[in-house]
Each structure stands twice: as C-alpha cells, then as structure tokens.
Ligand binder design. Sequence first.
Ligand code: FUB
Length: 321
Amino acid sequence: MSVHNEPIVTHLYTADPSAHVFEGKLYIYPSHDVDHDGPTNDNGDQYAMEDYHVLSLDNPASPCVDHGVALHIRDVPWASKQMWAPDAAYRRGTYYLFFPARDKDGIFRIGVATAASPAGPFQAQESYIEGSYSIDPAVFVDEDERAYMYFGGLWGGQLEKWHTGSFQPDAAEKNPEEPAYGPRVAELSEDMLSFKSAPQEIAIVDEEGNPLLAGDEDRRYFEGPWMHKYMGKYYLSYSTGTTHKIVYAVSDNPSGPFVFQGTILNPVVGWTTHHSIVEFNDKWYLFYHDASLSGGVDHKRCVKFTELHYEEDGKIRTVSL
Ligand code: FUB
C-alpha cells in the first residue's frame, strides 16, 4: 500500500513525477535515476538517465504498479543521452509522452512518443519537436482542448544559451538586477507532435507588476514548470533551483503574465526539487521527489506524494515535510 510522504516505489530510483488521471487511475511519469557513484557537477552530468518507467496507482491508498520500461533511449533515433523529466498527455485515443534529452550535438531538445495505453510502450518520433530546446516539458490541455507545452531549465538545462533565439554555447548568466529568464510556452498542434508557433517567454511579476529579477533566487524561475487550473485561474508552479523551493504564480491567461504568490513546498532532502499537481476524486495531490531513499545522494531520488490544500482565497497552503 502506498503511504503518503514515503517513496511510492523503492526498487528503482525515481524523480520528477508528472501525475495525471487517465482511465480513472493515477498515472505517474517520472524520470528513472541511474544508480551510479560517478562525479557530480552543476552541468547535471550525474543525471544520466536512459529510460522511462510508467507507474500507476488505482487510488492514493493502493499499491504502486511499475509497468516496466515504457521507452528506452536506444529507441529514440535523435537522442544521445540524459532522458530527463518527462510529461504525458491524452488526445483522441492516443497517449503522448513528452521528454527532453540531449541530441547528437549535446543540445537538449524535447521529443514526443505515442502509445495506445497510458502505460506505454511508447514509440518515439524520428526527430525532436522542431523549434524545441531546453528541458522539463509540462503539457497542459485546457478546457477548450487547446494544449500548451511549458518548458525550460537553467544551468544544465541550457535555457540561458537560447536568449538570442539560437544556441549560444558560451552564453553567460544574467546579472542579478536584470529581469530573470522566464519559462517558455508553446501551443501544440492538433496532432500534438509539433509547435503551432515559436515558443514565447513567460513573464513572472510581483504584485506591483515588476518582473522578478535574476538575483531574486527565492522567487525567480529555475526549472520544473507545471500548469494546473483551479477556480478558473491558471497556476504556474516551478522550482527555484538554487533555493530549492517549489513556488507558484497565477494568471487569467495560460500564457501569462503570472503574478507571484508564494511557496508550495519547502526544501526537501537533496539539491533538486520537482513536482506536479493533480486532482483525483475531488482531492488535490502534490507529487514530488526527494533524495531520502539513497540517504541524500542528489541523483538517486524517490517519488512521493501528499495531499494539497487551498485556502478560501485560492492560495495554496505551504507544505513542509
Ligand atoms: O532529473 C533531471 C533534472 O533534475 C530535471 O530535469 C530537473 O527538473 C531536476 O529535477
């Protein structure tokens, strides 16, 4: 039986959980961390993942099922290494797995693979999504059926290297007083296999409408976007990276601008933090990871979940574990 705040599986190291309700169950699309003792660096080379397993829960109290390898890098023609945080979506009888990996030139791109079942196996497209870059895709299908991909991550995720619109291998970080880099959003085409138009940068602002600054590491975007809707508002949540928090901002529009609100999850064991938010049977859940299963090794993580609560004004109650 799955227990809240405990790893949902212990036979694999898992991270970056994207949770969805498909066919009446909770399906979780995590990264599958490789159990190695190699060196660690800010480029994220230690995150050397090669495949994805899909997990499912009939309900939050039931045992977690591992559906086995859903996609392996050897079956992705364009990818060379590092299958990082994925997400999944459903449209008209097909399930889509969106995933970042480095291409043959070492540049992170975002690919898509399809399956007839939410558990896979997934069949990758020949090439990555044209115009895609960086990491951490999160796909949100709105009530009007329009689908949006949010993505982007600093440092090893290479987002800074795209600030001119093309890949600049030596691009520097922003000065602390400059507006921070925002995540990107692109609407997906009807077949979910391409972008309708070029990705746009999302603005995240404070209550006065001023953009969050690069030096505002407690609030500015780092990686791991997630989009959900609550009471008609769009909630963009993400990791602050260097300050290890999951925070959120809200908007009336899926493309923003988003107004910063506060912290969803305080720092957990390990450097990275990455989450998703899902409604199941009228309750809301926060799926997240920490590194407790490995005794704190940053690249050997485990997926957990806990219930999430809203205040009457729509604010999310901060979770501290
Ligand atoms: O799992 C590899 C990377 O670590 C993810 O892409 C980031 O979000 C962070 O969790």
